[in-house]
Design a protein around this ligand. Structure first.
Ligand SMILES: [Zn+2]
Length: 509
């Protein structure tokens, strides 16, 4: 076999041999122990097992300035904090911290998809033009498709969404009403050749979506599925811990006749919602489907939403209660009916023996878009205080210096964390053990502010003087008491956990 062929088959062979030698060989193990022994802030074996050291994660923070089209604050902070890098216009790489945030969102989506009995799949990013032609979506303007050229015109596209492919799988697999309902979802990359990608992850050419596709026997069963999915989506957003709006929406190019969007209100958003403030009304609609329009003033060239209220079409309350707000759309649910099952012949034999198309729904959450949207909602001029639900770590421990006394304090903090939460500490708490000679406490505090860990724990002067730990909450809330406090070592996790849990209560009460 030629060397080239071998490399095609095993492109990482030489690399994996190296890894094997260093991980499994005796020599490798000794090297690992040597590496451990040079750690600043040594811990004993039990605590070492329950710690994540920042020195073991590649986090290129600071230093980098955002590129020209990353100018919005949130995107440049995501770049500077070491979450993402821009590869090309509208194309981004996730770095280790960005990936951790992404994986937390994925785990949250998995949890709520599991709650409605959806099975996870992973469809190819490549889809065939012929399927898209059958549903009428590949005709006329092709400009937003990224086409795959290959050796000749291969007839493939990079999938912007997967209705066609998944309906084609259903067509070949679902034969009887007894096979229904079917709920399939995936979390995968999607592609759209945006003319002007902008605002970083909010409008990118490649993006990560959670997309769920549902197949039901009858329209009423499909509506019941839609209700369950809506419940799961509300659970997902409640777990995120950020206020959101559910808006009546237009089905647009998707087809179907029932659709809702999930939005964060934000002056930076590209959408506009009409929201009613009358008690008990809850009317929220995208302006695209709202029957009312807001008067625009002469100077209003960008037609920004107007501050004044108009009469709500649902409750007609007087004085007027409907106001318009900019917002960022982060999720969408659609009842599709037979929009795709009919042209792609995804039919089954019903209880009466008739052959009928499945009643479908599709439901998306923009995973990478959520990262951009949350960063945009939360960013300040110094960093991105992230919600504890998705922050790469909930707590960072900063030793003020490398003296025996502070080393002892750090060891005691991790003994206490091991006692109170055990191995969970590894996922929740990060020890910033980077060389204190190279990185001062002031620098590390700024860096922690930039990354936006919800809680910063300092082992420093308070420890030297009073054996107490200084705790800083990056996003102080009136209801939650002071931004900084000193706590006794024994109460450390209890106090931190109480405030982290308080986040949700504060948001929802
Ligand atoms: Zn109303």
């Amino acid at each position: 076999m030629s060397k080239r062929r071998l490399l095609q088959l095993f492109p990482l062979q030489s690399h994996s041999i190296l890894v094997k030698q260093s991980v499994c060989g005796f020599r490798g193990r000794r090297q690992y122990q040597q590496t451990r022994s040079v750690h600043h802030f040594p811990l004993n074996d039990n605590e070492e097992h329950n710690v994540t050291r920042l020195s073991s994660i590649w986090t290129p923070t600071g230093g980098i300035t955002a590129e020209e089209d990353e100018h919005d604050t949130a995107t440049s902070l995501l770049v500077r904090a070491g979450y993402i890098r821009q590869a090309h216009s509208g194309i981004f790489h996730m770095l280790p911290f960005g990936l951790r945030v992404q994986q937390k969102l994925e785990a949250l989506a998995d949890k709520h998809m599991k709650s409605i009995g959806a099975s996870k799949v992973s469809l190819s990013s490549i889809t065939s033009k012929s399927l898209w032609t059958r549903t009428g979506r590949y005709g006329g303007d092709h400009s937003e498709f990224l086409e795959v050229k290959g050796r000749k015109d291969s007839g493939f596209l990079l999938a912007p969404t997967h209705e066609e492919e998944i309906t084609s799988i259903a067509a070949s697999s679902i034969k009887s009403y007894k096979d229904l309902p079917v709920r399939l979802y995936q979390i995968s990359r999607k592609y759209r050749d945006e003319l002007r990608p902008r605002r970083g992850l909010l409008r990118a050419r490649e993006f990560l979506m959670k997309d769920l596709y549902t197949f039901d026997e009858t329209e009423s069963a499909a509506h019941e599925t839609y209700r369950k999915v809506s419940e799961a989506y509300r659970g997902f957003f409640k777990d995120l811990g950020l206020p959101y709006e559910v808006a009546e929406a237009s089905s647009g190019a998707m087809g179907g006749n029932l659709s809702h969007e999930y939005h964060f209100l934000s002056p930076d958003g590209e959408d506009t919602l009409h929201c009613c403030s009358a008690s008990g009304c809850n009317y929220v609609a995208n302006e695209e489907v709202s029957p009312v329009s807001f008067p625009t003033t002469k100077n209003d060239s960008d037609s920004s939403p107007q501050p004044q209220a108009v009469t709500c079409p649902k409750c007609n309350t007087s004085p007027p209660t409907l106001t318009a707000h900019r917002s960022i759309e982060v999720a969408h649910t659609f009842h599709l009916g037979t929009r795709y099952s009919h042209p792609l012949s995804a039919t089954f034999k019903s209880a009466t023996g008739a052959v009928v198309p499945s009643q479908m729904g599709c439901h998306g959450i923009g995973v990478s878009r959520l990262i951009g949207a949350i960063a945009s909602l939360k960013c300040t001029d110094i960093g991105i205080p992230l919600p504890s639900s998705i922050a790469p770590f909930q707590v960072v421990v900063l030793p003020a210096k490398n003296t025996p006394e502070i080393q002892d304090g750090v060891a005691k903090v991790f003994q206490e964390l091991s006692r109170s939460i055990g191995a969970e500490a590894r996922e929740k708490v990060l020890l910033d053990d980077r060389d204190p000679e190279r990185f001062s406490l002031v620098w590390k505090l700024k860096d922690a502010g930039l990354v936006g860990y919800p809680v910063v724990v300092v082992v420093g002067r308070a420890w030297e003087k009073r054996w107490t730990i200084e705790v800083i909450f990056q996003e102080p809330r009136k209801q939650q008491g002071p931004k900084r406090m000193e706590v006794e070592l024994d109460d450390l996790w209890e106090d931190v956990a109480e405030r982290l849990a308080g986040w949700e209560d504060v948001m929802w009460n």
